[in-house]
Design a protein around this ligand. Structure first.
Ligand code: NAD
Length: 359
């Protein structure tokens, strides 16, 4: 029988504060520590646990080993009224991205549209967090990043391209924004652990083993040795190729070509961000009403099984966010304990969380 994982239900602000205290204790300037931690807490609150506070120890390791710079300095390499090329100078991806997003939005406010290509950055977390920030309530936002090669080419046997996630956000009126946020692999690597734990076969045509053959056995190899198959084969693969060229290509950086292990120096992640003012095309309210109407149309579509429901992109995450804002974000005890251990190792005061949650 499965044992339920022990979790703490933590208020999002407390969760973000805990992460920020830990990052600051390891030398990240306070404002940047808050930005970084909030980006992770927001992934947890949307139910994207693989990109939430579970990443704090990984990021701390990158800071401690000098793989991420603690200070983030963004350099403008090239600029026009509608474009930016930025160098993140090896800052943490979320801090680089937060600054790049602000600059992109500001330019789009002035010019109607703006596109930023960024190099010299690192893992930026979930693409949807940035496209939502870019969109606000009056624009359409887009964010993408390249990543280490972990996805096979359709006829390939090994790691070819990154999982290169991308996200579009389109604001609605009555409803949460439409937010499509996907990588180009059928299934995220972290989910193999889950299938192994539950003793379930992997989905069909989702994974190759290191021998280059399709496998459904989640226990045959170390999960990190499996190779993702692109969703829709040539379609996902094609999108992954395009994202690489929109990120590293336009930023003038090296593209990722060789897998050197998850712990390889993770510099030279490149991102791209764009924002487009809706009022450059039509009335913003009218447009957002139309998005509402389309969402209602999607909700009215017939379903195969009674009780099922058609969700629009971003809806599942928005429903979870609303629930977790009310009830607190469920965070695995191990994730909280790891953060407390890191805090203790740097003599940081986290009594606020220990006393409130009886940890
Ligand atoms: N920074 C990186 O290097 C990196 C790499 C890979 C993934 N990621 C992030 O990991 C996260 C997960 O990526 P993924 O590829 O596993 O995404 P996924 O397969 O979980 O798909 C998520 C998207 O599909 C929508 N969705 C899910 N179920 C739906 C349903 N039943 N009906 C309608 N829409 C539905 C969601 O609203 C969301 O937009 C994303 O936030 C992504 O940005 C980051």
């Amino acid at each position: 029988m499965e044992t339920a994982e022990k979790t703490y239900n933590i208020d999002e602000k407390d969760l973000a504060r805990l992460g920020a205290v830990v990052f600051e204790a390891y030398g990240v300037p306070r404002e940047d520590a808050e930005i970084l931690s909030l980006s992770l807490a927001e992934a947890d609150i949307r139910g994207i646990k693989s990109h939430g506070m579970v990443r704090v120890p990984i990021y701390i390791d990158q800071f401690v080993n000098g793989k991420f710079s603690k200070e983030t300095k963004l350099t403008v390499k090239k600029e026009t009224p509608v474009s930016l090329v930025l160098d993140g100078n090896n800052g943490p991806g979320a801090v680089v991205s937060a600054r790049a997003v602000m600059m992109t939005r500001k330019k789009a406010e002035q010019s109607g549209f703006a596109f930023a290509a960024v190099h010299g950055s690192n893992h930026f977390g979930t693409a949807g967090y940035w496209s939502e920030m870019l969109a606000g309530d009056d624009m359409i936002g887009f964010a993408s990043t390249n990543s280490i090669p972990i996805v096979a080419a359709p006829a390939g046997t090994g790691r070819g391209i990154g999982s290169n996630p991308f996200s579009y956000t389109i604001p609605a009126n009555k409803y949460a924004s439409v937010c499509l946020d996907v990588s180009v692999g059928v299934m995220a690597q972290g989910k193999i652990y889950e299938y192994a734990r539950l003793g379930k076969p992997l989905p069909e045509n989702a994974w190759l083993g290191p021998d280059g053959q399709v496998t459904r056995d989640p226990k045959q190899w170390d999960p990190m040795d499996y190779v993702m198959i692109p969703f829709g084969m040539h379609k996902g693969f094609g999108l992954g190729v395009v994202m690489e060229m929109l990120t590293s290509g336009l930023a003038g950086a090296e593209f990722h070509r060789q897998y050197q292990g998850l712990n390889a120096k993770m510099t030279e992640n490149s991102h791209c961000f764009w924002a487009m003012r809706i009022d450059a095309f039509t009335d913003v309210k009218k447009y957002r009403d139309q998005v509402d109407a389309y969402i209602e149309y999607l909700h009215s579509l017939p379903v195969t099984n009674p009780g099922d429901k058609v969700y629009y992109p971003g809806e599942i995450e928005a429903v979870l966010k609303a629930k977790y804002l009310r009830e607190g974000v469920p965070v695995a005890a191990k994730v909280v304990e790891d953060m407390l251990g890191l805090a203790a190792g740097a003599s940081a005061d986290v009594s606020f969380i220990k006393s409130k949650y009886h940890i």
